[in-house]
Design a protein around this ligand. Structure first.
Ligand SMILES: NC(=O)c1ccc[n+]([C@@H]2O[C@H](COP(=O)([O-])OP(=O)(O)OC[C@H]3O[C@@H](n4cnc5c(N)ncnc54)[C@H](O)[C@@H]3O)[C@@H](O)[C@H]2O)c1
Length: 301
């Protein structure tokens, strides 16, 4: 891939550790940072021969020694390494891998005097999307103050990671932004995701039918390194529009009629408050799938 990141220029020569570099988001992010002139150290659990990075390491983000080695001379961290789904391994392994990795990476980065980290949180950090009870969000649009209701270990790990980020900032002064990613993938996979939710829109209600192209996720992560801010922040992020053809107001009337709405939604506007990610990072998604708006068919409502 090629091209800059707009507001994120300023990466040239910056030494960045990307954990989880071999993953779906990590590969695109590593390539973007490399294209922007960053000097990337890539750390992953598995080999990925195509990675473009100055240092490519295979190691474990739970290991103090592996992370200490990876952080040598690093100025900023993009932390993506995780077991990225509830059912990918045992509950114990998913939870402990994620929270120990995030603690280890941020604590060592903070103690080493590194000033900036960007962390992959998840839309699941508020607990409702994977909750097996009949729950809906407390209100729409979702924002970073939305009440949390967690009943699974992956969501808990992401929620805890956000607390770890805050602790690291309070203790060591490392500025951290945790991005609450929605479904992230390449354009083909997002189109398939869109087709699934178009056929069965009820399943998208807790995530507000949101998505983000991997290229936009990578750009947001890069902006997280270069944007001017201090503190620890957790931010929802998504494409501006939903991935389904139906008007958001109709969807919410059909599938979340009793849930308060704090604003009116225009067209296919995603019911997630994106003002914070715009204000802090100057981010707006650039890769949206083309979906022609149509009324919600009565048989799907
Ligand atoms: N893709 C999505 O839809 C999505 C949505 C929300 C949040 N996220 C989060 O974004 C991050 C990246 O997701 P992804 O889709 O690229 O995941 P992925 O499964 O494609 O990649 C995970 C990466 O983490 C690495 N990793 C896992 N355990 C490790 C360990 N113990 N030590 C070192 N490396 C380890 C893997 O080697 C791989 O590089 C994750 O934190 C995930 O929870 C992803």
């Amino acid at each position: 891939m090629s091209g800059g990141i707009g507001a994120g220029e300023g990466l040239a020569g910056t030494r960045v550790l990307v954990t989880g570099a071999s993953g779906r988001i990590g590969r695109v992010t590593t390539a973007l940072l490399n294209d922007c002139g960053a000097r990337v150290t890539a750390l992953s659990a598995n080999e990925e021969p195509a990675l473009e990075a100055e240092r490519v390491l295979v190691g474990d983000t739970r290991s103090e020694a592996d992370v200490a080695d990876a952080l040598q001379e690093v100025e900023a961290v993009v932390h993506l390494a995780a077991l990225a789904h509830r059912d990918i391994d045992t509950p114990y392994n998913v939870y402990t891998t994620n929270v120990v990795s995030t603690f280890n990476v941020l604590a060592q980065a903070g103690a080493a005097g590194i000033r900036r980290a960007v962390v992959a949180s998840s839309i699941n950090a508020y607990g409702v999307p994977m909750n097996h009870h009949e729950v809906t969000p407390a209100y729409y649009p979702l924002d970073s103050d939305i009440p949390v209701d967690i009943d699974d270990w992956y969501s808990l790990s992401k929620y805890n990671d956000e607390q770890t980020a805050r602790m690291a900032w309070r203790h060591w002064g490392i500025d951290v932004v945790s991005l609450r990613f929605p479904y992230v993938n390449d354009a083909d996979a997002i189109r398939q995701h869109s087709e699934r939710l178009t056929a069965d829109p009820a399943v998208g209600v807790r995530e507000g039918w949101s998505y983000l192209d991997s290229r936009d996720a990578a750009r947001a992560l890069a902006l997280g390194i270069t944007a001017e801010f201090t503190g620890a922040h957790r931010l929802f992020i998504a494409a501006d529009s939903t991935c389904v053809p139906y008007p958001t107001a109709d969807l919410l009337n059909a599938f979340a009629a009793d849930t308060p709405k704090t604003k009116a939604f225009i067209g296919r506007e995603v019911p997630i408050d994106l003002s914070a990610v715009r204000a802090l990072l100057g981010f707006r998604a650039e890769h949206e799938i083309e979906v022609a708006e149509m009324p919600l068919p009565p048989h799907l409502a």
